[in-house]
Structures are given as C-alpha cells and as structure tokens.
Design a protein around this ligand. Structure first.
Ligand code: SF4
Length: 291
C-alpha cells in the first residue's frame, strides 16, 4: 500500500481499502478544483498495483470494499483494469463492492461490451461529477465535457449494469447563475436518474482560477442562506424516482438523506426549517478555504 500525494475518496468510501490505479486527474483543469493540482497525471505500473494488492491482503484480514483512485481510474485500458479486478476477486473473495471515480469521457471511450465486462468482473459503481446541468456553466468552469456527453455516458454505464453516484455542486455559478445551476442540474439529474445523487457546496480552494475571480471581484459567491435556497430549488425541480439523495459532504450546510421522489417533501421541509432558523446568516465555511 503505497500512495503518491494526497488521496481523495467519496464520503461513502470512508471504510474502503483505497487502491491507487492512476495518479492525479487526466483533465486537471476545472476552474474550481485543486485536488490533483500538484500531481503529474500518470497511470501506475500494473506490477506495482498488483504488488499493492498483495501487501493489502497481508495487512488486512477482511476487506469488504475497494475504491480505485485517483481522479479517473477508468481511463486505464480495459485489459489492464480486468486484470486488476480479477486479482481483487482472487485475493479478496470477501470483497462485496469495487468502485471508482469516472469521467464522462472515460465512459464514452469504452465500448458497451467493455463496460459490461468490467461490471461482470466486479466494477459495481462509479462516482461521476456532473457538477452542473447547465452547458453554459460547464463551459465557464472548463469541465471539458458537455451535459449531453455526461447524460450519454451515464446511460452507457447504466446499460452495462454499473451503478451511478452523481455529484452536483451548489453555488458553482455564483449569485448570477443561482437559478440556472439549480434548474438545469435538476433537469440533468432527472434525465440520468442515478442510484445516488450527492449534493456538495462550492468551496473556494487555494490557487484556483475561481478563487482568483472571487478575490478580484468577478465571481460573487453565494451566502450560506443562498446556498440553501439554491439547494431547495434543485430538490424541488428534481424528478428522479428511486435515487437516494444525500448532502453528507463536509462542505454542506444542511445534511439531507432521502429517496426521491418519496422523501422530496420531507427534504424540502428540512431545507425550509434551516432557512427559517436564522442560523445560516454568517456561517461561511471558512475552515475549508485554506485547502
Ligand atoms: S473536478 Fe474532477 S475532472 Fe475536474 S479537475 Fe478536479 S478531479 Fe479533474
């Protein structure tokens, strides 16, 4: 178990063994993100990855979940991924779930047959950042893919039986794009209809182009109250039957957890209660902003 640089994983992978398959993110250019800014993207040698798995087997008696890091492990050639997945199955027969981050581009580059093979060999779910459902906002943040490409990529993963966990970022378009971010994201998430939806709040991170825009007055970030108002518009506009919706990331002001559409009215009530509480007025997430 050897790691290069800072390792990130979704909140729901807190107890997973993390296997670094790639280092960094192949795109590494979204204006709000500095997660992998210090890493030169590369794919790790297969021999090192397989050695890490042997080391993990010796160190851990029971591994229920494995997460393939870093930013977009699915960029790796299918044959190599299959060898990793088959080794996991052989060494960790108790492992019930293998997941990874994926970009829309990675998914679009694989054939339906390749995705089905990956699923058959244990790739259960991918985490994909939609960020926003607005084409204009995705262009502004330099996401590198369109909403249409993301919707197509998600449909392809679903057809292969790979479950989806999709994240959306509230506050991403600042005060001028609040309604657009909420309503367009609600539409895109409803079209994708993933198993899981994760709502995060924009955090201004050190050294990013978005933070520079904020410091120089070009980006007006939302107040905590506006963040919750945007979340409310997003949840109200969504029609995604069966999707489990969570806002359990450290960046969120209100923690929601429910199943759409069944729990939609309860989640809206929770957001209304938070808005009426008067406690959001001055609660900027300052402790995260030095990251
Ligand atoms: S948000 Fe995702 S795709 Fe964009 S630079 Fe960060 S890790 Fe890469």
């Amino acid at each position: 178990m050897r790691y290069e640089g800072q390792i990130y994983r979704p909140p729901s992978e807190a107890y997973s063994y993390i296997l670094q398959v790639t280092v960094g993110c192949s795109h590494n250019a979204c204006t709000f993100c500095n997660m992998y800014a210090d890493k030169q993207f590369h794919i790790r040698k297969l021999s090192e990855i397989l050695e890490d798995l042997q080391m993990a087997r010796r160190a851990y008696r029971y591994v229920e979940r494995i997460f393939l890091a870093d930013g977009d492990a699915l960029i790796v050639r299918t044959e190599t991924l299959l060898e990793i997945l088959r080794t996991i199955r052989r060494l960790f027969p108790e492992c019930a779930r293998i997941t990874s981050y994926a970009s829309a581009r990675d998914l679009l580059l694989k054939t339906p047959g390749e995705l089905a093979l990956l699923q058959k060999n244990g790739l259960d779910m991918v985490y994909l950042g939609l960020e926003s459902g607005s084409e204009r906002i995705l262009k502004a943040i330099n996401k590198g893919v369109t909403v249409e490409e993301t919707v197509q990529a998600c449909a392809k993963a679903k057809d292969a039986g790979i479950r989806l966990s999709i994240t959306q970022i509230t506050g991403l378009a600042g005060q001028d794009g609040m309604e657009e971010n909420a309503s367009e994201s609600a539409k895109a998430l409803s079209r994708i209809n993933p198993e899981y939806i994760g709502i995060m709040t924009l955090t201004l991170r050190r050294g990013t182009p978005m933070t520079k825009d904020f410091e120089e007055g070009r980006f007006k970030r939302l107040t905590p109250k506006q963040i919750v108002e945007e979340m409310r518009m997003l949840v109200a506009g969504m029609d995604s039957e069966g999707s489990v919706l969570r806002s359990n990331h450290i960046s969120n002001y209100v923690q929601l957890c429910g199943t759409m559409n069944r729990d939609k009215s309860i989640m809206l009530e929770q957001l209304d209660l938070a808005l009426a509480s008067g406690r959001l007025e001055n609660e900027y997430i300052s402790y995260l902003e030095n990251l």
